[in-house]
Design a protein around this ligand. Structure first.
Ligand SMILES: Cc1cc2nc3c(=O)[nH]c(=O)nc-3n(C[C@H](O)[C@H](O)[C@H](O)COP(=O)(O)O)c2cc1C
Length: 248
């Protein structure tokens, strides 16, 4: 009889403990709002205009062959809403215009090695850096902040309302200083500069495939407005916008 009572007591204690654990479980779990708050607390490097950010060293080997990247390359305009990492941003910029030779040779060819292209990154959702517009310095593989605030929506308006521009985690804006090339090649230099933008953009496309990220080249936009939005210099002319983010 007393053994039966002991067993019943043990069962009761186990049951009460299990119910107590089940009831208290939600208090130990993160609620969606708390998760959002946590996401906003991901270490963020607050940068002022004029400050520079050293980019992580890019990778020089990958698991995707050139042939696989070429077969899979596609223009992607639907994105997942996830952040990009600073490593990914570093890799994409290096692919576009990174320095690969001691004399300054880059990933993309350039007529007369005169390098007319400049790159801006409109940052929306990147782990580790705050929103704003940054200019890429290939010499130091650094970003320099040139503007505060998230301008993706305004950039999308300037690109005749193309939503992929405001949806993407970043937009890479390609500008070019024609004079760097026309000084040597005259009018023909304009053609060379446009061809070079194509080389650099294709590098970004292929790198994006290798990182399993989506991108597209955008050529439809209002030049003056894009120039103003990224604080481009007087001599710079915008040629391409490339929204980049993980695919949906
Ligand atoms: C010079 C140029 C300008 C482009 N402009 C736009 C654009 O403004 N918006 C857009 O969604 N796609 C644009 N595209 C991407 C093309 O629509 C895309 O490359 C084409 O549909 C073929 O698809 P694929 O890149 O997936 O092979 C442009 C492509 C090039 C080469």
């Amino acid at each position: 009889m007393s053994t039966k009572i002991t067993i019943l007591w043990v069962i009761a204690v186990v049951l009460v403990t299990a119910i107590a654990i089940l009831i208290s479980l939600p208090f130990f779990m993160h609620k969606p709002a708390e998760l959002e708050e946590y996401k906003n607390k991901i270490p963020m490097q607050k940068t002022e205009v004029g400050e520079r950010i050293k980019l992580p060293e890019p990778g020089y080997t990958g698991n995707t062959s050139v042939e696989a990247a070429l077969s899979k390359r596609r223009s992607i305009r639907d994105y997942s809403g996830e952040n990009l990492t600073l490593d990914e941003v570093s890799q994409l910029l290096w692919a576009a215009q990174g320095i690969t030779a001691p004399w300054g040779g880059r990933t993309a060819p350039s007529a007369g090695a005169l390098y007319p292209l400049e790159l801006y990154v409109v940052v929306g959702d990147v782990e580790g850096i705050d929103k704003g517009v940054y200019k890429y310095s290939q010499e130091e593989h650094e970003l320099e902040k040139v503007k505060e605030d998230d301008i993706r929506a305004e950039l999308a308006d300037a690109a005749v309302g193309q939503e992929c521009v405001s949806d993407a985690a970043i937009d890479i804006v390609f500008t070019a200083v024609y004079e760097r090339t026309t000084r040597k090649y005259g009018e023909r230099g304009i053609r060379y500069v446009h061809i070079e933008a194509g080389h650099a953009a294709q590098n970004v496309y292929l790198q994006a495939v290798s990182l399993d990220i989506g991108t597209v080249v955008i050529g439809a936009f209002m030049d003056d407005r894009v120039k103003e939005l990224v604080n481009a210099g007087e001599q710079e002319n915008p040629l391409y916008i490339m929204p980049v983010e993980r695919k949906r």
